[in-house]
Design a protein around this ligand. Structure first.
Ligand code: SF4
Length: 368
């Protein structure tokens, strides 16, 4: 039964010039109205969920909503579904925000994991990416979080940005280590169509495919050498500190999403709220506005998601979940994939680091 909740917070202090996540400029009255609508949405959600094992506030920039509003939404989730003992409750934070008081409120409300959008340890690169924070802000945010009682946090790094060198990546990974991050997400910069960077032609200043591959493999090597184990294409964690919520996505488990642009997978159906804050507010987050996205969770989808994980697909789990799926056909296709991109044995099938770089093509080949 579904035991995961995602809440989308559609506000940012300022839009980053490469980003296409759904968010609008932070505005106090709008944020009050949104908090009320999210609470109503949770109260009226026509789904029975198990007590929540994971709750994830993503965005946008959830921290701009502030501790009190986020706590009210969390209380509403608890009142509606219950929150299981030991649940992982994560809030994404901008290191630039004035966080001290807000983080104390969140910690008191039960939030136990923070994810900071660090991106780089170099102020010049942060400026060029249009970020509002500096490397010193990241250090200060993490110290503040620790002072508020947070022991678990993740840092995001951005790879293959214009002018980034292997030494820059090493410096960023080094800072993650010094700050004691137990989890790191390392993403290649993706300039979304229609964004300011796209219009300005910044793509031409970014590394080409070969340069992106080199940056990715360099970062993966540096993170592994620093003691984080790669468990997903873009995610690395200390022993036992994988992101439980995100792991449910990759394991093709169900989750409920609340907020404009939030996706859900519940009772075998996938659906999402439109990217429309005004519409969400006007309807009080009514799930009748959600757009049906068809059935979810078939064997093909499971394989596509699981192959993002370093652990890959285990034959025994595949057979238990999908008894009618012909795994022999998959093994036959795996034998034809060029060397070095996947490994498979009597336990299962998984992509290598090089395979992760070509994951879409390799997975397409396996499932085609
Ligand atoms: S990258 Fe994050 S902070 Fe920047 S606009 Fe996108 S959601 Fe907001």
């Amino acid at each position: 039964m579904c035991d995961a909740l995602y809440i989308h917070i559609p506000f940012c202090e300022r839009k980053c010039p490469y980003c296409d996540f759904y968010s609008v400029a932070a505005d106090e009255a709008l944020m009050d109205a949104y908090t009320d609508a999210a609470i109503r949405s949770l109260g009226r959600a026509p789904y029975a969920l198990a007590p929540l094992d994971t709750v994830y506030f993503g965005g946008g920039t959830p921290s701009v909503l502030g501790g009190r509003r986020l706590s009210r939404i969390l209380e509403a989730a608890d009142a509606r579904f219950g929150i299981a003992s030991g649940a992982e409750i994560t809030v994404e934070c901008n290191p630039h925000s004035a966080l001290g008081r807000e983080l104390s409120i969140l910690r008191a409300a039960g939030v136990n994991r923070l994810s900071f959008g660090m991106q780089s340890a170099d102020d010049g690169q942060l400026r060029r990416l249009g970020r509002l924070h500096t490397a010193a802000d990241v250090v200060s945010a993490v110290e503040t979080a620790r002072g508020c009682g947070f022991a678990h946090f993740s840092l995001d790094l951005m790879l293959a940005t214009p002018g980034q060198t292997p030494a820059d990546i090493d410096r960023a990974v080094g800072l993650c280590g010094r700050l004691g991050a137990e989890h790191v997400s390392a993403y290649l910069l993706k300039i979304e169509p229609g964004t300011p960077f796209d219009r300005q032609g910044v793509t031409a200043a970014c590394p080409d495919e070969e340069g992106q591959a080199a940056a990715y493999l360099h970062a993966a090597g540096a993170l592994e050498a620093g003691g984080w184990r790669q468990y997903e294409i873009s995610n690395f964690a200390r022993e036992g500190r994988v992101a439980r919520h995100n792991l449910k996505y990759w394991d093709c488990r169900e989750y409920l999403g609340v907020g404009p642009s939030a996706h859900s997978f519940v009772n075998g159906r996938r659906f999402y709220f439109p990217r429309d804050l005004r519409g969400f507010l006007a309807s009080g987050g009514d799930f009748s506005r959600a757009v049906d996205d068809g059935p979810g969770g078939d064997a093909e989808e499971y394989l596509m998601l699981r192959l993002r994980l370093s652990e890959g697909v285990r034959w025994d789990v595949l057979a238990a979940r999908y008894p009618d799926f012909g795994a022999e056909n998959l093994r036959e296709k795996a034998r034809r994939i060029p060397g070095g991109l996947i490994t498979f044995d009597s336990d299962g099938l998984r992509l290598t680091a090089e395979g992760f770089l070509l994951s879409n093509a390799v997975i397409g080949e396996l499932l085609g």
